[in-house]
Design a protein around this ligand. Structure first.
Ligand code: COA
Length: 330
């Protein structure tokens, strides 16, 4: 069976920078609290009316240019987001149209912070089975339109930002590319990080009461997520290495989903990885959910932290709950 490999990566974040001091003018928080608890210094917010498909178009153009391809060369789009442009249709079809692709399949997936690795895994199967030749995988979010900017929402709001990352997958030589992916879920904890409304099973889906209670904003049990994330991140990195006969010493770069700098640092220590092998950019962008790993891949490539032959492990944990990893030989 053939392998799949990443032949292009691109990222796009909106130009508007929002600092911790900017947020402290809207709610009771401070730069000191946010930096100490999360490592985040600033994040990007899209302008009103800009959707995730718009961010994805810009990131896709860069990934296509890096791969030396045109939009017409893509034969499948997989779009991971929890913040689609519309309730329906999904953002995949919008990207297909805006980018100028042929009338190819566009699959929208959720899986929140693990959305990108789930998407990568699906793309990998399509390539392995010969169904697809050039797959564009997107992770993108616009959180800024869905956050509570009052003090009530400060624990969640300060953590999240907007952004998009894209990779393009193509068939590759044996022993290179995506070596394995490992996907997990546990819906028993779905309400540890979720947005209760609009509720598709309630009539009406939105009401003044729902808005007054703020049920359309994300709710998180931060301490629960924090503790569980550290254990699961470490577990799935070890699973990915073991499945391929590698150890932690073989790993050149660990790219964790950018949830919290403290989580990434603690996972790195738990695994015994030196700091330079753990990639972090949450300081600049906050948590961009499905966007965070492909954005990190783009930056790591640009900074020369991923080279030809590097062994890279991607890992994620988040709402669902979902957690996942992918081991890649570049
Ligand atoms: N600014 C200032 N104070 C804040 C605040 C903010 N933005 N958010 C919460 N606080 C307050 C709380 O109200 C609480 O006050 P109290 O002691 O008077 O009740 C205090 O700070 C401590 O809150 P606590 O929840 O105990 O803080 P924490 O150390 O657990 O840190 C998180 C909070 C959210 C940073 C942390 O739990 C976390 O990072 N969790 C994981 C989140 C995550 O990664 N989510 C995404 C997963 S993909």
């Amino acid at each position: 069976m053939r392998n799949s490999r990443i032949i292009g990566a691109g990222m796009f974040v909106p130009p508007k920078v929002v600092t911790n001091d900017d947020l402290s003018k809207l709610m009771d928080t401070s730069d000191e609290w946010i930096v100490e608890r999360s490592g985040i210094k600033e994040r990007r917010y899209a302008e009103d009316g800009v959707g995730v498909s718009d961010l994805a178009v810009e990131a896709s153009k860069k990934a296509l240019a890096q791969a030396g391809l045109e939009p017409k060369d893509i034969d499948l789009i997989i779009f991971a987001t929890l913040s689609p442009d519309y309730y329906f249709p999904g953002s995949g079809v919008l990207l297909q149209h805006k980018l100028g692709c042929r009338d190819i399949a566009a699959i929208d997936i959720r899986q929140q912070c693990s959305g990108f690795i789930y998407g990568l895994s699906i793309a990998d199967q399509y390539i392995k089975t010969g169904q697809s030749e050039r797959v564009l995988v997107v992770g993108a979010e616009i959180h800024s339109c869905g956050l509570d900017f009052s003090t009530r929402g400060r624990d969640v709001t300060v953590l999240f930002g907007d952004g998009a990352g894209v990779v393009i997958l193509a068939p590759g030589e044996a022993g290179k590319g995506i070596l394995s992916t490992h996907l997990h879920s546990d819906g028993g904890h779905f309400d540890k990080l979720w947005t209760p409304a609009p509720m598709a099973c309630r009539h009406p889906r939105l009401s003044h009461e729902i808005l007054d209670q703020g049920l359309h904003y994300p709710i998180m049990d931060g301490k629960f997520i924090f503790k569980m994330a550290i254990g699961k991140f470490a577990e799935i990195v070890e699973d990915a290495l073991r499945a391929n006969g590698y150890t932690l010493e073989d790993l050149d770069l660990f790219i964790p989903h950018q949830a919290n700098l403290r989580i990434s640092n603690m996972v790195g220590k738990k695994l015994g990885l030196p700091d330079e092998k753990v990639f972090n950019n949450i300081q600049k962008y906050g948590n961009t959910t499905a966007g965070s790993i492909p954005i990190a891949i783009s930056e790591a490539l640009e900074q020369g932290k991923i080279k030809e032959g590097s062994l890279v492990c991607l890992a994620s944990f988040g709402s669902g709950l979902t957690w996942a990893s992918a081991l890649i030989r570049w």
